[in-house]
Design a protein around this ligand. Structure first.
Ligand code: 5RP
Length: 262
């Protein structure tokens, strides 16, 4: 059944499969959001069911919470868990310093809170997510619905003095209506092309009234696990300064490969 997967899905799957090696019995685990993270949740669920792995999962969205429960992972809130051993999540972009853009799935706020409350953040991605400079992927910024158009204008004005290529901000939509996050907020996607100084951008955005959080994850990620469509996996650890390569075989598993979807 894995033969039906596209190369990109295979890449996501092998990265996810490798990432669960970071999870040990008794750990409190942050569960990311998105299609790659969904593979990871399924892989963890398989270990819980088949090998008796005991973990507590803290999901970063209602979508992930539903999937985690469905596959048999015990779900607790961040306040119950207090601190996490590891968070495993996807990303929209990462650079050579393992700084990230996240929030393509609209869960950046919970994702950042959960990742920051973890001893280690492991990002799982396919090769298409690697960039030299962040910013080609539109930067998601979560804003309060009240006065969002004013917040958008203020952000666009602020961008004039920043080292970026583009300055358009668009309200993320869900059909005819604004997309609403799990916290009841809106998302502005900033089409910047290139972010010359991501650290400065992250700090300036978060000082603006109306902005709740931005999708730049600076100095949060410790490890990126990069999957390839042919089963190769590359693990880059920024703290250890190591890069490891190996290969995973696709093992048929009805539990994992049925009922696909994010
Ligand atoms: C959700 C995210 C996701 O991790 C990011 O969008 C990557 O998603 P995918 O694994 O589907 O490519 O930040 O808010």
């Amino acid at each position: 059944m894995s033969g039906d997967l596209s190369p990109i899905d295979k890449a996501k799957f092998v990265a996810a499969k490798r990432s669960v090696d970071y999870v040990e019995d008794g750990m409190r685990v942050g569960l990311g959001t998105g299609s790659t993270a969904a593979w990871m949740v399924r892989c963890l669920g398989e270990l819980v069911r088949d090998e008796g792995l005991k973990i507590k999962g803290v999901p970063t969205s209602t979508r992930t919470a539903e999937l985690a429960r469905e596959v048999g992972i015990e779900v607790v809130s961040l306040d119950e868990a207090k601190w996490l051993d590891v968070t495993i999540d996807g990303a929209d972009e990462f650079d050579g310093n393992l700084n990230l853009i996240k929030g393509g799935g609209g869960a950046l706020l919970q994702e950042k809170i959960v990742a920051t409350a973890s001893d280690q953040m492991v990002v799982i991605a396919d090769i298409g997510k690697e960039v030299e400079t962040l910013g080609n992927f539109p930067l998601p910024v979560e804003v309060i619905p009240f006065g969002w158009q004013t917040t958008k204008s203020l952000i666009e004005e602020m961008l004039v003095s920043m080292d970026v290529l583009g300055r358009d901000a668009t309200l993320r939509m869900n059909g005819e209506r604004p997309f609403v996050t799990d916290e009841g907020n809106y998302i502005l996607d900033l089409h910047l092309g290139r972010i010359g100084n991501a650290n400065q951008m992250a700090m300036v955005l978060n000082q603006m009234p109306g902005v709740v959080e931005n999708g730049l994850f600076i100095d949060i990620c410790d490890v990126v696990i990069l999957g390839y469509g042919d089963g190769r996996v590359e693990t880059r650890d920024i703290n250890e300064g190591t890069v490891q390569e190996d290969r995973l075989d696709f093992v048929e598993s009805d539990n994992l490969f049925t009922d696909l979807g994010d």
